[in-house]
Write a protein that binds this ligand. Structure first.
Ligand SMILES: [Zn+2]
Length: 259
């Protein structure tokens, strides 16, 4: 009897934990989402997360501690001199620190103030490629060049050489993962997609985030008008239900910058 009992417990634990290791599935949905995009997204999420959850892809971050009401907001595709500043204004007003994944080639003379301001105000300035290429189309030399050019440019502007990288489109395969790991960087994906890149309605974006949020989520947003318009709703509501915000390095105990 005892043996059966413990066998059942073991089986239960195996089913519950073994396949995910505390790594979430990626969430984010809306009734307004186009059917084709929805199907494409579901396939991408399964194809990307399954090898992370079962350990085939190493050293990839999807979410933080699932037992704490702590979440990380992340913003892709900065800098610009418009929406990036609006996001920074809202974060400042609510005393929230966030993680920005920036594109190297867009850091030109006109918008370097947004990069510096991000860093000066305590947010992370991280690597999101040099020209937003799909990394699964690149060879190893091209991948390394994208990483180094962007991190070097960020270091010139902020003093910090980032070691955390988010692949454009979340597009990865074994070669991309191995090359980035060998270069000393860590891939940061996300566990909750705000869908701000496809939904134009800020209320739908906020509702998606608020209704799908879990402990330890890394939330994907962008420097676009929809995210700007939804951000205050997201922050105020999540604060009101007990969540606190942090940056991805603190959430995961990672080193964001080369020492
Ligand atoms: Zn992007």
């Amino acid at each position: 009897m005892n043996t059966l009992f413990f066998s059942l417990i073991l089986l239960f634990q195996t089913l519950l934990f073994a396949d995910t290791n505390g790594i979430y599935d990626i969430r984010g949905s809306s009734k307004l989402l186009d059917t084709n995009i929805s199907q494409f997204l579901n396939k991408w999420r399964t194809d990307t997360i399954t090898p992370v959850q079962n350990g085939t892809y190493k050293n990839i971050i999807v979410n933080g501690d699932t037992t704490k009401k702590i979440i990380a907001l992340s913003f892709d595709d900065a800098p610009d001199e418009n929406n990036t500043h609006k996001i920074l204004d809202i974060l400042k007003k609510h005393d929230v620190k966030a993680s920005f994944f920036m594109i190297g080639s867009t850091m030109n003379d006109e918008n370097t103030t947004a990069v510096k301001r991000c860093s000066d105000e305590g947010h992370l300035v991280l690597n999101h490629s040099f020209n937003h290429a799909r990394f699964t189309n690149l060879n190893e030399t091209e991948i390394v060049a994208q990483l180094e050019l962007t991190s070097t440019r960020i270091q010139t502007l902020t003093g910090n050489y980032p070691l955390l990288f988010r692949p454009p489109y979340g597009s990865i395969n074994s070669q991309v993962v191995d090359t980035i790991n060998a270069s000393g960087s860590t891939i940061i994906l996300w566990s909750l997609d705000s869908l701000d890149w496809t939904l134009k309605d800020p209320y739908a974006v906020a509702n998606n985030v608020i209704s799908n949020v879990r402990n330890g989520d890394i939330i994907l947003m962008h420097r676009n008008p929809t995210s700007v318009a939804s951000l205050e709703m997201v922050i105020e509501t999540l604060h009101s239900i007990g969540y606190t915000f942090t940056t991805v390095d603190k959430m995961l105990g990672l080193t964001a910058y080369k020492q």
